[in-house]
Design a protein around this ligand. Structure first.
Ligand code: PMP
Length: 393
């Protein structure tokens, strides 16, 4: 039996090996898990039971590829309030934002087609695109999002079908794309006839500063596919996300979704819709943000105290991640494999696998949501000590 060639790259993402290599006594800032304390377990339990009691027959039945009407209705209102006017028919429920990336890729890409990705980018986005064997064009990130001059150069010189961006508290850098860049990005996409995937699972997890309209807000030609997710704001185990796209794309996306998995879990969709309409979701979000704000501050303060001066980071204003930049020539992967400390080995995601080009080695992604405050304090201290030793040697 011979596998299709598309499998090789997907298998080679490097993330599996990274987790497999975790040592004992590890404080891990490597994963991207939410804190389980944020899961509203009792309320979801109630919503599940009420759903089964009130309309179990329907919720345990097939329901249709677009997703449960009640959930799409709630999301349409939420999208509209967030600057992306939507009717329920503009929303497709997906199994997490991950499926949204896959569907968008499947809609547009033939092997060899051009895809612009940020450098660095979400590693799972690369895995999803890899299956469609695209040609990547990597556009560097700056402090306020993608470098649009570099993007324009790519668009002038190459044929590109898709631009993939994580504009809000980017995984992995934590960077937020400025409003001016969001406008300009849409203008470039219009000029060069390109679609944009706006992947924004962290959008409502802001810990400081004022919200910025989504890229989709500036979309006048139906080029922006907005992807949302309940994974970080409710629970990833529910496997629920959504896609907000123009009517012209919806029939094809819904057909692709149906061909792939028929529909998202009907009981989960209806129970979550019931949860959302019978609980104060804004208050739930505010509680998550309070917890993660404390964790971000603890990590940033801990690092500021212990890192050598040649290691740089910006304080995240939301999301899950903090990005460290080491001096030129430093290999974060080799450092993580080598450094050993008496009490704690600290894991993180070295930068190489987060670039489509696999070229940048002197940076790292740290997650601050899944560790306890005590682990953050101990881990930042241990990491600072090990880096000081490695870099001052
Ligand atoms: N996009 C980004 C940027 C992510 O960080 C993640 C989760 N790590 C996903 C998509 C996929 O999340 P899910 O499928 O659970 O919604």
């Amino acid at each position: 039996m011979q596998f299709a060639t598309r499998v090789n790259k997907v298998m080679d993402s490097g993330l599996g090996a990274l987790f497999a290599g975790a040592k004992e006594n590890t404080i891990s800032f490597a994963g991207g898990y939410p804190d389980p304390a944020t899961f509203p377990q009792a309320a979801i339990d109630r919503a599940m039971r009420d759903e089964l009691t009130a309309r179990g027959d329907a919720s345990l039945q097939y329901g249709g590829s677009s997703g449960a009407p009640d959930l799409r209705k709630w999301l349409a209102a939420q999208m509209t309030a967030d600057g992306m006017p939507a009717a329920p028919d503009d929303i497709l429920i997906t199994q997490g934002a991950q499926q949204g990336i896959d569907l968008a890729a499947r809609l547009f890409l033939e092997p060899g087609d051009g895809v612009v990705v940020e450098g660095p980018t979400y590693v799972g986005g690369l895995s999803a695109f890899d299956a469609y064997q695209p040609t990547y064009y990597e556009v560097p990130m700056t402090g306020d999002g993608m470098d649009l001059r570099a993007l324009q150069k790519v668009l002038m010189q190459h044929s590109v079908k898709l631009i993939y961006t994580v504009p809000d508290f980017q995984n992995p850098t934590g960077v937020v794309m400025s409003e001016a860049k969001r406008r300009a990005l849409v203008a470039l996409a219009n000029q060069y006839d390109v679609a944009i995937i706006e992947d924004s699972p962290y959008r409502w997890l802001r810990y400081s500063g004022a919200p910025i309209p989504p890229i989709k807000h500036f979309d006048t030609e139906g080029r922006v596919l907005f992807l949302g997710s309940f994974s970080k704001i409710l629970a990833p185990g529910l496997r629920l996300g959504w896609l907000h796209a123009a009517p012209a794309l919806m029939a094809a996306l819904t057909a692709l979704k149906g061909a792939s998995d028929v529909e998202s879990p009907h009981l989960n969709m209806n129970a979550v819709a019931r949860y959302l309409t019978t609980n104060d979701f804004d208050q739930h979000l505010a509680q998550i943000c309070d917890l993660y704000r404390k964790k971000t501050t603890a990590m940033a303060d801990g690092l500021a105290r212990s890192l050598p001066a040649c290691v740089h980071f910006d304080r995240p204003t939301g999301g899950f991640f903090l990005w460290l930049t080491f001096p030129e020539g430093f290999d974060a992967e080799a450092f993580m494999a080598d450094h050993s400390l008496p009490d704690a080995h600290v894991a993180f995601v070295p930068s190489r696998i987060l670039y489509a080009s696999h070229q940048v080695k002197n940076a790292a992604r740290l997650n601050f949501t899944s560790s306890t405050l005590a682990e953050i304090e101990a881990g930042t201290q241990a990491l600072g000590a090990a880096l000081t030793e490695a870099l001052d040697a």
